[in-house]
Design a protein around this ligand. Structure first.
Ligand code: KG4
Ligand code: ZN
Length: 365
């Protein structure tokens, strides 16, 4: 089956054609992130306008690059939520229109579950079977800009929610602390790039941030304290005579930070977030003993997070296969939307599909 996926939940406009839930025939992504970098974050109204401009060209390109025309598409899949209402509506209403005009089935998809299915995707040729697919039961950590959830999948469509963030999401923690440090939006990649400049051996390590809830006996997370801790450390350092005016800070509209410490701050922010995510996830692995561990969502693109999981699993006696999609498939894309729809094929009449910005993963469990 060939499914055309459409994703417009935030500032990416994406369309992809995926065969049998796994093979990517095309994967087109237009992003308005550069525009939002100028204001230090997404302005929903502007994101929605950009979605409108990009949606038809992106879908058109995805169909052309798949080497087919629309007649060969068996079904459409569209992100119904969660996300920004203006952005979601563009994708949802476009997909409904196409389903109606083309007379094809359409499947509404939960964006958070779609992220998980990036672990089933491959762009390798059809005769290359090197990539294995995850076995069930699988434990998934979904870490995006707005959500942090730990879920167990007993099979396709059989989901149990184990825990999640009680306040800020992991991606939000990256974005907000980056802003405090004067680093540009989106904060995750900026913090990662800044942290990479820090060499622990050559510097005095003087910044220690909390790892909230890391030892608590649950599968929840809390990241808002981290933002407050960074803010108070930044204020402590805020001695005007020692300040270096950073061009970055001006652009991002963030605080000016004594330049010498920005990379150390970024390093410690990244360590703190990753430590909490790894500790709680592996606690769940020990308790539920799944066969596979799946990382998903934009924050899963973080190399340090991927490395920490690999190191911890490698040095433990845990028998688990660890999956993490290539970075481009961790952040928002439509290929994973199409993949989810294939493995959880449940079309509904197009008239009944509604954008729902508040959709959660809990509701699916
Ligand atoms: O899944 P995603 O693309 O969109 C949402 O569904 O929210 O995730 C976006 C989030 C942002 O908070 C961004 O800062 C974060 O993912 N992110 C990263 C990295 N790349 C994107 N966080 C840490 N390291 C990265 N390399
Ligand atoms: Zn996302």
């Amino acid at each position: 089956m060939r499914i055309l996926g459409i994703e417009t939940s935030c500032d990416e406009t994406a369309a992809a054609v995926v065969k049998d839930g796994a093979r990517i025939l095309s994967n087109i992504i237009a992003s308005s992130a550069e525009m939002h970098a100028k204001t230090g974050g997404v302005i929903p109204e502007q994101a929605a306008r950009q979605q409108l401009i990009s949606i038809i060209p992106v879908i058109d390109k995805a169909i052309k690059e798949s080497g087919q025309n629309y007649q060969y598409i068996d079904a459409l899949a569209v992100t119904a939520g969660p996300g920004l209402i203006g952005s979601l509506l563009v994708g949802v209403e476009t997909a409904k229109t196409l389903a109606c005009v083309w007379n094809k089935p359409i499947i509404p998809v939960n964006h958070l579950l779609a992220h998980v299915y990036a672990n089933w995707l491959t762009d390798r040729p059809a005769d290359d079977n090197r990539q294995s697919t995850p076995d069930f039961p699988a434990l998934a950590l979904v870490v995006s800009g707005g959500h942090t959830d730990l879920v167990i999948l007993k099979g396709h469509g059989q989901i149990g929610w184990l825990g999640g963030t009680r306040d800020d999401a992991a991606g939000e923690a990256f974005d907000k602390t980056a802003r405090l440090l004067g680093l540009p939006y989106p904060g995750g990649p900026s913090i990662a790039a800044e942290a990479a400049k820090f060499t622990i051996n050559n510097s005095q390590f003087s910044i220690h941030l909390p790892r909230p809830m890391i030892n608590e006996d649950n599968f929840d997370f809390s990241f808002s304290g981290l933002k407050t801790a960074v803010l108070s450390r930044v204020k402590e350092q805020d001695r005007p005579t020692r300040f270096v005016e950073s061009r970055r800070a001006g652009r991002a509209g963030g605080k000016r930070v004594k330049e010498i410490n920005t990379s150390q701050f970024a390093y410690e922010v990244q360590e703190a977030i990753c430590d909490c995510l790894v500790a709680k996830t592996l606690k769940a692995v020990k308790k539920f003993k799944p066969k596979s561990l799946l990382l998903a969502g934009g924050v899963a693109a973080n190399s340090r997070l991927r490395e920490k999981f690999q190191l911890e699993i490698g040095s433990s006696s845990l028998e688990i296969k660890f999956y993490v999609p290539p970075p481009k498939l961790c952040t928002d894309n439509a290929a994973c939307v199409a993949s989810y729809a294939d493995f959880n094929y449940s079309p509904i009449p197009w008239k009944n599909i509604k954008a729902n910005p508040e959709l959660t993963i809990v509701g699916e469990a």
